[in-house]
Each structure stands twice: as structure tokens, then as C-alpha cells.
Design a binder for this molecule. Structure first.
Ligand SMILES: *[C@@H]1O[C@H](CO)[C@@H](O)[C@H](O)[C@H]1NC(C)=O
Ligand SMILES: *[C@@H]1O[C@H](CO)[C@@H](O)[C@H](O)[C@H]1NC(C)=O
Ligand SMILES: *[C@@H]1O[C@H](CO)[C@@H](O)[C@H](O)[C@H]1NC(C)=O
Length: 398
């Protein structure tokens, strides 16, 4: 109470014609432990009005932050330097809010500084049942990027999100570099980075350990590069699920290169719903130079994805997979089903390449298996286990 919270600008006004490279700096000044929501919003709003590039600095220390939506368009590029830690309200789980920090409609955006977004999720995880039913309480996604373009997110951490850590939609030309994402393996629905309906996103040099997919790719994603990422624990790197909703868009150009996947349920996965509500194409999906460490279901195409029996498995998926490759994948599997390529009966996979796979399984129910259905993969180099050595288990009555 009564403590001074405000913003100070080093250059008092930002209307003056500085040279294009000068940065107007807006410091968010607040006592440690205080709620900086209003001060940050004020700083952002002022920076957004600058005609020269500007920077908002959140200092070292811990601060509380309530739901905040930082919306452009801004008059010039904007950078947010997060040096400290932002804490969401851990008890605030009964208000049905579905987002915590939102960056929206900003062109020319940087977020960096080594700081942390702490979603304080542990109380929320206990009430999260959205993976079992769609009639559930919405929990906030920690950081949303909605229609943000030409952006660089660097040296930032997200811990203990209540729901997804990061959600990206409508992005163009966005890079995540040296991002750290951390939540316990048991935390439900805490996807690391979920992306959809975006073009030209890179996730590089990053570390993701969480309770759900490290990276999940939704419909309409084109040109995604994932490189030098270590994933696990978690549910691996996943394209999909696709086909759950009508009006979904095609997925195209996904490259996952030089990544390590460790101690995860699922490694490299493409999943589509059987009774898909739409007919789309997912093409140009390439996984290359991947190390697996004790990964359950390391390589998986699952066109019968139907968690919690929310669909009719009798119908085959109408999502067509074309031009998919798994190349130079090596390491250990946590279960015997090392490779499963289960494609749609109605829309078999086309042009699937499997090159140089060496996956070991040391369990007693071994050896490792490689199942194929509705797909004839083109084989290059060595395959261990031997490709298509096991008939798929029929999951549906004829
Ligand atoms: C992509 O975004 C970065 C960071 O904002 C920028 O430096 C670069 O010029 C952009 N590239 C293109 C092709 O617009
Ligand atoms: C592959 O990724 C690891 C980190 O996971 C990194 O240390 C290494 O330099 C990368 N190699 C190449 C060729 O990019
Ligand atoms: C592999 O992962 C499982 C859990 O999926 C764990 O129980 C087991 O101890 C791990 N094995 C090794 C060798 O780390």
C-alpha cells in the first residue's frame, strides 16, 4: 500500500525524432514482491505508441502479475527485457481464465533478458481434467503469442504453467532461441510450445521438460524448424492431433533436426483422429538426426488416435499423410513397440521414407518391433528393428 509503482523513461518523450536505432527505454519500477500488472501495461502502452524502436525493462526480482494482454499494432518495433521472475497467482484457478500473459498483433517483437514466467501451476494440476473431457474448467495458458510477426524470443524460461506453457497462433517469422521450459512429468496438459496456423517459426537450442508434448503442432502450421532441442520428460514431439475439428487447414514443411528425446512417452509422433471432422493433408514432415534415450513409442504414426474413447474407431481417418521421413534415428526404446506406422485405411500414407534407424530395446518381452499398416515405406540404409517385421495389432472388429 502506498508504495510507488510506476514507469520512468530515460528519454522523457518518445515523440522526438531520434535516429531509427535509438531505443526508448521504459523501466517498470516496482518494489520486489509487488503486483506489476498495471505498471507493465502502462509501460507497454507507452512503448507501443513510440515511433522509434523501444524497450520495456522488467527488473530483477520477483513480481506478481495478473492476466495481461499486450496488444498492438505498435508504431515501431518493441523489445521486452525480462530480467526477473513473474509469478502468476497460484490460487487463482476458479475464475475460468484461459490465458495469463498475451502478446497480440505486434510486428517486430523481441522478448529476452534471462527472466522467468512462473505459472505457479501445482494447485491447478489437481483440478485439470481437460484431457479427459471437453466439458471442463479452462485453465490459463501461460504465454500466448497471437498474430505476432517478425519476432525473437530468446533466453526466457517458463516454469509450472497451469495449462500449456506457450501457444503460438497467426505467427510469421518467429524464432524461439535458448528457451527453457520446465514442469513436472506428472503435470497434466502442460504442453511446452503449441503452434498452429503460423508460417515460418523456428525453435532452436532449447530445453523442454514437461508433463505433455514438448512441442505440439496443430493444423495450419507451415514451415516449422525444430533444431538442437532436448525434450523430456514429456510426451515427445508431436504433429497433431489433427482432424478433431471441422475447417482445419493443411500442415506442411515440418523439420525436426538434431534433437534429443529422453524419458518420454512417445518420441516422434504424428497423430490424427479416426472419425476426422475434415479432410486435410499433412505433408513434408521430416525427422532427422535424433537421439532417443529410453523413449516409449519412439516413432509413431497413429491415425487411430482416440484418447479416452471420444470417437468412433470404425471409421478411418481422412487426414492424408504425404512425404514423411524418419532418418538417422538412434537410441533406446522404453517399450517393445519401437516403430509403429499405422496409417489410414481410407487414405494410406504416401512416400514415407525410413532411413538408418537403430533402436534398441532391452526388456524381457523383446525384441523390438516395427509395425506397418496401410503404408509401404521406402527403406534406406539399415533398419533395426527390421522394417515392417510385425503385423499390426488389429484394434477394431471387421
Ligand atoms: C524475421 O524477424 C527478425 C526478428 O524480428 C528480423 O530481424 C528479420 O529481418 C525478419 N526476417 C524477415 C524475412 O522478415
Ligand atoms: C546438436 O544439438 C546439440 C544440443 O542438443 C548441440 O550441442 C550440437 O552442437 C548440435 N549439433 C549440430 C551439428 O548442430
Ligand atoms: C525407462 O523409463 C521408464 C519409465 O517410462 C522407467 O521406469 C525406467 O526405469 C527407465 N529405464 C532406464 C534404464 O532409465
Amino acid at each position: 500500500m502506498g508504495s510507488y509503482i510506476g514507469i520512468s523513461t530515460i528519454f522523457v518523450l518518445c515523440l522526438v525524432g531520434f535516429s531509427a536505432n535509438a531505443h526508448e527505454v521504459f523501466n517498470v519500477n516496482a518494489p520486489p514482491g509487488s503486483d506489476i500488472t498495471q505498471a507493465l501495461l502502462k509501460a507497454f502502452t507507452a512503448a507501443c505508441q513510440c515511433t522509434a524502436p523501444s524497450r520495456v525493462v522488467i527488473p530483477k526480482g520477483e513480481f506478481k502479475l495478473c492476466e495481461i494482454i499486450m496488444t498492438g499494432p505498435c508504431k515501431a518495433p518493441i523489445e521486452i527485457n525480462l530480467l526477473g521472475t513473474l509469478l502468476a497467482d497460484g490460487s487463482n484457478i476458479h475464475h475460468g481464465k484461459d490465458k495469463w500473459v498475451v502478446f497480440r498483433k505486434i510486428n517486430g517483437f523481441k522478448l529476452n533478458g534471462g527472466g522467468t514466467f512462473d505459472g505457479e501451476g501445482s494447485a491447478a494440476w489437481r483440478v485439470n481434467n481437460c484431457h479427459k473431457t471437453s466439458n471442463c474448467k479452462k485453465l490459463p495458458i501461460s504465454i500466448r503469442f497471437d498474430f505476432v510477426t517478425n519476432a525473437e524470443i530468446r533466453d526466457i524460461s517458463s516454469v509450472d504453467s497451469k495449462n500449456f506453457h506457450v501457444n503460438v497462433i497467426g505467427a510469421m517469422n518467429m524464432t524461439f532461441d535458448n528457451v527453457k521450459i520446465l514442469a513436472p512429468a506428472e503435470s497434466p496438459n502442460t504442453d511446452g510450445i503449441h503452434l498452429g496456423r503460423s508460417d515460418g517459426v523456428s525453435i532452436i537450442n532449447s530445453r523442454i521438460s514437461t508433463g505433455d508434448d514438448c512441442i505440439s503442432v496443430g493444423d495450419g502450421m507451415v514451415n516449422l524448424l525444430v533444431k538442437n532441442v532436448v525434450c523430456g520428460p514429456g510426451h515427445g514431439i508431436s504433429i497433431g492431433s489433427l482432424g478433431r475439428y471441422p475447417h482445419e487447414q493443411n500442415v506442411r514443411g515440418i523439420k525436426v533436426i538434431n534433437c534429443t528425446v529422453q524419458e518420454t512417452d512417445n518420441g516422434l509422433r504424428i497423430k490424427t483422429w479416426p472419425t476426422a471432422a475434415c479432410s486435410t493433408v499433412a505433408s513434408g514432415i521430416h525427422f532427422e538426426d535424433i537421439i532417443l534415450k529410453n523413449v516409449s513409442n519412439p516413432i509413431l504414426i497413429d491415425q487411430e488416435y482416440c484418447p479416452w474413447n471420444q470417437c468412433n474407431k470404425q471409421k478411418s481417418s481422412s487426414i492424408k499423410l504425404i512425404d514423411v521421413s524418419f532418418t538417422n534415428i538412434r537410441g533406446t526404446s522404453g517399450n517393445k513397440d519401437a516403430v509403429k506406422l499405422l496409417c489410414s485405411k481410407g487414405y494410406p500414407c504416401e512416400n514415407v521414407v525410413v532411413g538408418n534407424i537403430n533402436i534398441e530395446y532391452t526388456g524381457r518381452d523383446g525384441p523390438a518391433t516395427f509395425m506397418c499398416s496401410n503404408v509401404k515405406p521406402r527403406l534406406v540404409g539399415i533398419q533395426n528393428p527390421k522394417a515392417c517385421n510385425t503385423p499390426p495389432v488389429l484394434t477394431q472388429p471387421k
